[in-house]
Every structure is written in C-alpha cells, then in structure tokens.
Write a protein that binds this ligand. Sequence first.
Ligand SMILES: Nc1ncnc2c1ncn2[C@@H]1O[C@H](COP(=O)(O)OP(=O)(O)O)[C@@H](O)[C@H]1O
Ligand SMILES: [Mg+2]
Length: 312
Amino acid sequence: MRVVAKILKQAPLSLSHIIARTASFATPTSKKNRAAPQNFILNNQTAINQMNQAAPELDSPKLEVKGLYKTFDRLVVLENINIHLKANEFVCIVGASGCGKSTLLNIIAGLATPTSGTVLIDGETVLGPGCDRGMIFQNYSLFPWLTVSDNIGFGLSLKGITKAERQERIHYYLEVVGLKKFSNAYPKQLSGGMKQRVAIARALANEPEVLLMDEPFGALDAQTKEQMQQFMIELWSKTQTTILMITHDLEEGIYLSQRIYIMSANPGQIKQEQTISLPPSRTLDTKLTPKFIEIKRHLIQTLRENPLSENP
Ligand SMILES: Nc1ncnc2c1ncn2[C@@H]1O[C@H](COP(=O)(O)OP(=O)(O)O)[C@@H](O)[C@H]1O
Ligand SMILES: [Mg+2]
C-alpha cells in the first residue's frame, strides 16, 4: 500500500491510468497474489503433490448456489436455482422485474434465508451477512450525514482497522473511483453516478471476495448509465474482482459480463446460461459491433421463444 500512496501523490491521472498503474495493489485478489506461499518447493515430488492437490481448487467456484428455493407464504419466488461464479468472473443475471432477482441476491448476501438450498463462498456455507461479500444496491444506500470519505471508511471502523490503514484505503479507493476532490462532500452534493461510485468504493474498501450488485445503474439517466458501465469494465478488467450483478437490461448484461444467466418468472428459475464470447477489453463501441449484435439477437430470439414469465 505504500507504493500505492506514492503513486497517488503524483499528478492527477485519468481513472483508467490510475487503475492500470495500481491494479496489482488494488483488490483482495491482488493482495492474495502478493501473499504467495513461502517455501513452496520442498523437493520435486512434494511440489508435484502440492500442485496436484491445488489443481482442483483453481477450478472450484468462488460462489455457488445449489438447489435454492424461496417461498413467501404459498408464493414460490425462486425454484431450484443453481448458479456458480469462478474467481475473477463478471457474471450478470438478467430477468424481468419481479422475477426474484433481488430476493436471490439478498439470500446470497445473507440478508435473507432460503427456504431450502445452499449458498457457498469458497466452499463455505453462507449463514448470514459477511465481509466476504460486498453489496451495492440500486438506491446508493449512503449515510447522508457522513462525508464521502467517512462513508467509504464506515465498514472499516466497524472492523477495527487502524486509523492509518483506514486513511490509506479511503485515499486509494477514492482515487480508484475518481472522486478524490469530493472526499469531504456529503452525498446530497453528488450526482447519482457519483453516489454509486462512492457505494462501489465503500464495498471495495472492505476487500470482499465477491461484489454483489443489485441493478446498480437502474436509477441513472441513459448517458450516466453508459459512463458507469464503462467505469465497471475498466474497474473489472484491471482489478479482476469477482462480480455478480443483476439487471433487467439484456444489453447491459451482455456488455459487462463473461457469462449471463437468464431468469424466468413465476416462479423464478434459471432458464439459460450463455457465455459471452466478446473480448474482455470492451468500449461503448463494442455495443455496435456485429458480434455484439449477433449475441443480442440470439438471446432476444431465445427469450421470445421462451417467454420470461410462464404465468404473467
Ligand atoms: N418479503 C416479501 N414478502 C412477500 N413477497 C415478497 C417479498 N419480497 C419479495 N416478494 C415477492 O417476490 C417476487 C420477486 O421480488 P423481487 O425479488 O424483488 O424481484 P425483482 O428483483 O426481480 O424485481 C415479487 O413477486 C415480490 O412481490
Ligand atoms: Mg429487484
């Protein structure tokens, strides 16, 4: 983090420059990379044994939802949901309003309990909210009485992180989301896009294993929404944070993710899984490419053939 501080003392940079230059210090992923195991190779055979043991873990999901059901009274909202995210993947769940997306994300966040089924993070069953999951809501959920800096550092104070470390992380994530000049501003002084960037900085400052996002750009105007999508592409491509985002916007899902799950409603089910075979570095012009349009056309046709709601 000292190197990060040094970089941040330099002249103002664009978001993409800052992230590019500091990516290897940014996230839990990069932290883990830095903390590589010591004394790894004891001898050849030990090394081979260790690699064989380590191999399955590389493929094991970061997040897994298995056979999940949720019922409110007699209403079955989620039926047999099975999804997974590999480490560093950006996955979107796309579904119509009311199909159960928020219910699913709240269960993954540990804010609600499933009627049956399991949520696992790194193979450990989720039993409630935890620092391993950062949550971004549509309505920003900032504390209006706290400054931008204090909002970002709020969770860190609760975790008992020292003031010096807190300041360092706040400073760093303010720079990552391009809001350094607004560190002492209050949420009411910020635009919708800026508020959402503060919420993202706050979640990232806690260095979660998985970032969960519930229609984070749903309340933004079309232009700001596109800017935030571009921001997310840059953030993800440089920090490689594992992200699960839900949206009702198919185009947004295709643009941002490596893989998409399509949900149907009544009851909420996963109807389709689609790998998005676009290059990982995307710009807004990617949405105009023949490949993007082909993927979108294919998914729209699939949705027409399999309406999202069986019982509208
Ligand atoms: N606490 C609750 N009690 C009863 N019904 C609920 C509750 N939360 C959500 N629902 C119902 O579950 C369905 C899915 O809601 P939600 O997960 O918010 O959908 P989405 O996020 O896809 O718009 C809706 O029919 C909603 O009315
Ligand atoms: Mg919702």
